[in-house]
Design a protein around this ligand. Structure first.
Ligand SMILES: NC(=O)c1ccc[n+]([C@@H]2O[C@H](COP(=O)([O-])OP(=O)(O)OC[C@H]3O[C@@H](n4cnc5c(N)ncnc54)[C@H](O)[C@@H]3O)[C@@H](O)[C@H]2O)c1
Ligand SMILES: O=C(O)C[C@H](O)C(=O)O
Length: 308
């Protein structure tokens, strides 16, 4: 499998590193607009190969998309990250133009690729790729829910005093501070719903901490996070590369699923060799449904800012 990562910044490099370390891809190309930057990151990562025990070949390129030709999966991380105090939605003005150009360049050289969109505001950037490229909808996947769910599990494990491997939970909805819908009623410790262990108040705290997970890290780091985002992308690429059919919440184009349409938003998806192989319409309580509908309205409002 050949994977291309556009944006050699914090998240792009983390994606490339985790993909390489998991050793399932033959080749990773990193591309950036900044002269020499992707080449430098690729060389630095390749010098970890003998230490970390991988055979994936990582190369870098400054804006030469011919190097990305025939990629099976392309990951878009190019664009600006937020600073403390900002929302992801505020990035739309700069990132929309970047994502539109980058996706067109990628598809010119890899017409059959699967695209994973990471740049924020991610659900709207994913919708933009749907609207401006001719790719089938199963091949355009937004990454947000896999990361938000990992943060949810981290907070659940903390509240439960349990190992993370004992905990399961999923976040659907928009990848935004207000729009995330952590499905706390379905979260479980080794198959036992967490309400058996946690008070309402503690569960509300877990939900709130999860929703502001990205903002909390941005406040601490001065820019947004990269390790867990890179790990989340690499887990999704692995599911595609190895055709595992694992379920991840992904930003997918909806056409009536969950009663929603004409937007891309986080819902449970089966990932395999064909990208999004199925949107899994899990049953939601009335309260969960109402939160998802409210979240969709927020994503649609941001989509409305796009010049399509
Ligand atoms: N979806 C998610 O869960 C998630 C998680 C983390 C970060 N993000 C988003 O990912 C994006 C990248 O974050 P980061 O921390 O890596 O930022 P960064 O500034 O470290 O890296 C961005 C890189 O993009 C490059 N770039 C800009 N315009 C380009 C273009 N036209 N072509 C090629 N490369 C270009 C820059 O030179 C830079 O190296 C941000 O928009 C951030 O908000 C999303
Ligand atoms: O928080 C951000 O702006 C980056 C990313 O969306 C995240 O959740 O880490």
């Amino acid at each position: 499998m050949k994977v291309s990562v556009v944006g050699a910044g914090a998240v792009g490099a983390s994606c490339a590193e985790y993909i390489a370390i998991k050793n399932f891809a033959a080749e990773v190309v990193i591309l950036d607009i900044k002269e020499g930057f992707a080449e430098g990151k690729a060389m630095d990562l390749m010098q970890t190969a003998s230490l970390n025990g991988f055979d994936t070949k990582i190369t870098g390129s400054t804006s030469d998309y011919s190097k990305t030709a025939n990629s099976d999966v392309c990951i878009i991380t190019s664009g600006i990250p937020r600073k403390p105090g900002m929302t992801r939605e505020e990035l739309i003005g700069i990132n929309a133009g970047i994502v539109k150009t980058v996706s067109a360049n990628l598809i010119e050289h890899s017409p059959n690729t699967i695209i994973i969109v990471v740049s924020n505001p991610m659900d709207t950037m994913t919708y933009l790729v749907h609207k401006t490229t001719g790719l089938p909808k199963n091949k355009i996947i937004g990454m947000g829910g896999a990361l938000d769910s990992a943060r949810f599990k981290y907070r659940l494990a903390e509240a439960l005093g349990a190992p993370i491997s004992d905990v399961d939970g999923m976040v659907i909805g928009g990848h935004s501070d207000k729009g995330m819908v952590p499905l706390i009623g379905k979260a479980a410790r080794n198959s036992v719903v967490v309400s058996e262990f946690l008070s309402e108040e503690r569960m509300d705290q877990v939900v709130q901490d999860t929703k502001v997970g990205g903002a909390t890290l941005t406040g601490l780091l001065g820019t947004s996070a990269w390790y867990a985002p890179g790990a989340a992308v690499s887990a999704m690429v692995q599911a595609i590369a190895c055709d595992t059919k694992k379920i991840f919440p992904c930003s997918a184009l909806l056409e009536g699923e969950f009663g929603l349409s004409d937007l891309s938003i986080g819902v449970p998806c089966v990932l395999g060799a064909n990208g999004i192989e199925k949107i899994v319409e899990i049953s939601l309580t009335d309260a969960e449904k109402a939160k998802l509908v409210e979240s969709a309205a927020g994503v649609k409002a941001t989509n409305g800012l796009l010049e399509l």
